[in-house]
Ligand binder design. Structure first.
Ligand code: ADP
Ligand code: MG
Ligand code: MG
Length: 210
């Protein structure tokens, strides 16, 4: 089984839906260690993405085209730290997924490219209380699942579950990157909003593949 353009479009729509559903939660998480705009920023961005998808005159030709639309739209509508970070992630992912269908290794390549984009843009490593703490275990779990011969849907499910654990792991951490780092030790004891939104987006990818 492979993941095609219809999966990519479903992933985007499910991402928009879950971000909308968790908008208040993401705002509240960001209020605790940031400026409280993460839920609003992402909801605005993904709502714009869905609007652009709906307005397309011809369907996207491959998975990469869908992801490129997400990238350019998030970059121009989200702002803050998350706009350029997610924008770069989707742009790199689009290049890695410029094919009609993704097999398990294709899914891994897409996730690895997204993580590389985030790291290239934000210069964070694991343990700094950012979305990197969700993306890194997610990518590692995807590699391990693909190596064991898992199908693309199972690779995404493994990535999503690892992202959940990665997001949870940010709670005790002290932030050393981004706005939360201004709080120093006081940032400990809170879930990082970008790690939480990463978890939501990767679960949307896995659900679209079911
Ligand atoms: P802002 O802080 O500009 O208001 P958002 O609230 O939209 O931006 O996004 C905040 C999230 O961005 C954080 O929770 C964190 O996960 C992520 N983030 C911030 N800086 C970095 C960085 N340098 N590298 C990776 N992720 C980062
Ligand atoms: Mg913010
Ligand atoms: Mg902000």
């Amino acid at each position: 089984m492979t993941l095609d353009v219809a999966w990519a479009i479903d992933w985007v729509r499910r991402s928009a839906a879950t971000v909308k559903e968790h908008r208040e939660e993401l705002i509240e998480l960001d209020r605790q260690i940031g400026d409280g705009d993460h839920g609003e920023n992402l909801n605005r961005g993904f709502t714009a993405v869905v609007g652009k998808l709906d307005a397309l005159e011809s369907p996207p030709g491959d998975v990469g085209e869908v992801l490129k639309l997400v990238a350019t739209t998030l970059m121009s509508t989200v702002g803050g730290a998350a706009g350029p970070l997610y924008g770069t992630a989707y742009l790199r992912a689009a290049k890695a997924a410029a094919v009609p269908e993704l097999d398990a290794n294709g899914v891994v390549a897409m996730l690895e490219a997204a993580l590389e984009g985030i790291v290239a843009r934000g210069k964070a490593t694991t343990g700094e209380k950012t979305m990197v703490d969700a993306w890194t275990p997610a990518t590692e779990a995807a590699v391990a699942a693909a190596d064991e011969g898992a199908a693309p849907a199972a690779v995404l499910a493994a990535a999503a579950d690892a992202a959940t654990r990665g997001a949870e792991s940010t709670i005790p951490l002290v932030a050393t990157k981004g706005r939360a780092s201004y709080l120093g030790e006081r940032s400990a004891g809170h879930l990082d909003p970008g790690a939480r939104s990463t978890e939501l987006i990767l679960h949307a990818a896995a659900e679209a593949a079911q």
